[in-house]
Design a protein around this ligand. Structure first.
Ligand code: PEP
Ligand code: MG
Length: 592
């Protein structure tokens, strides 16, 4: 029996700044009951091991299939499912469970439970909130295995087809990807923190959510009316009329704020003291071009071209590439489109490309290195880009340039392709600009030399942070160290901008930093010419640029550059941003 009647308020961790009011739908994600069984006979034990291995296979297939079906919005987060796949086969879980079954002569469920307890003990000794929170990933994987072993796979969240708010003890990231976002209005959970993958997933899917409520499943009943305020972390169970009116008003204010930003998104990003910054969009698919325009993008600053190669239908023909590039360029014309040549490898693989057996793919045959090794694949893409350049303004960009020789080699192939086109009387824009991503520390060191050979730089902070700080960007165990405010990164950005300024070329920045409200002032102060980001971030970043005077950004940057740790930099920036944009904190935009 529920101990309360009437309205009750719970507080948890706010995940995505929006408010929903709707009916609760309880999901039974309670832990599976585990029975202890002991065996004496070897055959029975072999069967237990086999049963465990089969469950691992089944769950593996489920994760692979969920990953394949992930909505585009959350494709960036597919590493979460990769990490689940890794956990499945991790020695501490897999080998140790098999060993325990055989050694202690017990059933697979009990052995698995023991493995989880051992892993939990290891995690508990880690004095870091982010890492210790990652135990929830191991728990999610174990839970799925236990359900599979017990034959109880529970309700599939993909089947929920009503306008409801999900209430669950925990939702794994895999559960979250399954949600029918067109129907499910939001979710709340007992467990979870702001860095949990479920929270990250909710943000990517733009679902209002509050996690870490501790007792939501105990206090909420199926069909209860709920208010979920994803901006403050408040959940109201069975609200009275005044609470409903209050939150409806708050939702209205939040929507008004969002649309007030959206309404001005077509205005240029010019600081109050008259400095103009170009704001462009990053896209991965042709379909995103319209959104880029709608959100006020002044061009495409990064077209990641891997998608057509990753569809798993063989390599795209030059003609398919040409059609795709031409359409993007025509839609954006006269605004510029920066097409980045193929960046396969690292965490992006095409099944047709055998870059196998690399123990360190991020440091392996990736991006331009791969293209220089496979000139025919590279040339087909360059031909398509050059041919499309007639239909608008294309800027060509090479990724992962580590030094001058690599750039010269890439440019030489580009020249060969131009000669071939000339020979075939095929026209292209002979003035097409050529630039590079600066995303490897050696390119930063060589920036002043490289700047003399290109028309523009685009700083790729996603990789620059990875390589400069030695933090694998897809390894969640070190994600807490992935720090854009590290003074080393700020120094590198400054060095690249200076090299570009001295050579008189444009410098853009297209990593995630560009769309982060906390980074705007630093990037402005550095004098970056163009910021390229996820289209959704454009309206807010433009508004911020229109509010921060360049003089102030420069003065702040000077103070920031005197700070020696990322923690100090972050605290300084957070304080300044809250002071200047109090509504951002209030409306839940500064979740960090
Ligand atoms: C980067 O590295 O910052 C970048 C924009 O490229 P990607 O994220 O595609 O590696
Ligand atoms: Mg990169």
């Amino acid at each position: 029996m529920r101990p309360v009647t009437g309205e009750r308020e719970l507080r948890g961790v706010a995940v995505y700044p929006d408010i929903v009011i709707g009916k609760a739908h309880l999901i039974d994600r309670s832990r599976v009951k585990i029975l202890y069984q002991c065996f004496v006979n070897g055959e029975e034990l072999d069967r237990e091991v086999e049963r465990f291995k089969e469950a691992v296979h089944t769950v593996e297939d489920q994760f692979v299939s969920l990953k394949r079906k992930m909505p585009d919005k959350v494709k960036d987060q597919s590493f979460i499912l990769d990490s689940h796949l890794m956990i499945l086969k991790d020695g501490m879980l897999y080998d140790s469970t098999v060993k325990t079954i055989l050694k202690e002569k017990i059933n697979a469920e009990w052995a698995l439970k023991k493995s989880l307890e051992e892993i939990r003990e290891v995690f508990e000794q880690i004095d870091d909130e982010y890492i210790s929170n990652r135990i929830s990933d191991v728990e999610n994987v174990t839970e799925r295995l236990l359900r599979t072993l017990s034959g109880d796979t529970g309700q599939s969240l993909g089947e929920i087809d009503q306008r409801v708010i999900i209430v669950a003890h925990d939702l794994s990231p895999a559960d979250t990807t399954e949600l029918n976002t067109a129907r499910v209005m939001g979710f709340i959970t007992d467990v979870g923190g702001k860095t949990s993958h479920t929270a990250i997933m909710a943000q990517a899917l733009e679902i209002p959510a509050v996690v870490g409520l501790e007792s939501a499943t105990a206090l909420v009943e199926d069909g209860d009316l709920l208010i979920v305020d994803g901006s403050s972390g408040v959940v109201v169970i069975n609200p009275d009329d005044s609470a409903i009116i209050h939150y409806q008003e708050k939702k209205l204010q939040l929507q008004k704020y969002k649309s007030s930003i959206a309404r001005t998104s077509h205005l240029p990003a010019e600081t109050p003291d008259g400095c103009r910054v170009a704001i462009t969009a990053n896209i991965e698919f042709l379909e995103e071009v319209t959104a880029a325009k709608d959100y006020g993008g002044e061009g495409i600053g990064l077209y990641r071209t891997e998608f057509l190669y990753l569809r798993g239908k063989g390599f795209p023909e030059e003609e398919d590439l040409f059609d795709d590039y031409r359409e993007v360029v025509e839609i954006m014309n006269p605004a510029p489109v920066t097409i980045r040549t193929l960046d396969l490898g690292g965490d992006k693989f095409a099944s047709e490309i055998a870059i196998s057996g690399e123990s360190n793919p991020a440091l392996g045959l990736r991006a331009i290195r791969f293209c220089l090794r496979e000139p025919e694949i590279f040339k087909a893409q360059l031909r398509a880009i050059l041919r499309a350049s007639l239909y608008g303004k294309i800027q060509l960009m090479f990724p992962m340039i580590s030094g001058l020789q690599e750039l010269l080699d890439a440019k030489q192939i580009l020249e060969q392709v131009k000669e071939e086109l000339d020979r075939d009387n095929i026209e292209y824009d002979t003035n097409m600009e050529v630039g590079i991503m600066v995303e490897i520390p050696s390119a930063v060191a060589m920036a002043e030399v490289l700047a003399r050979h290109v028309d523009f730089f685009s700083i790729g902070t996603n990789d620059l942070i990875q390589y400069a700080l030695a933090i694998d960007r897809i390894n969640e165990h070190v994600a807490y160290m992935y720090e854009p405010f590290h003074p080393a990164i700020l120094r590198m950005i400054r060095q690249v901008v200076k090299a570009a300024r001295d050579a008189g070329i444009e410098v853009a920045l297209c990593g995630e930093m560009a769309g982060d409200p906390l980074c705007v002032s630093i990037l402005l102060g550095n004098g970056i010419d163009r910021l390229s980001m996820n289209a959704r971030s454009i309206p807010l970043i433009k508004k911020m640029v229109r509010t921060i005077p360049m003089k102030q950004a420069k003065a702040d940057l000077k103070k920031i550059m005197a700070l020696n740790t990322a923690k100090e930099v972050r605290a300084y920036i957070l304080e300044g941003t809250k002071r200047m944009f109090p509504e951002l904190e209030e409306k839940g935009y500064l979740l960090d």
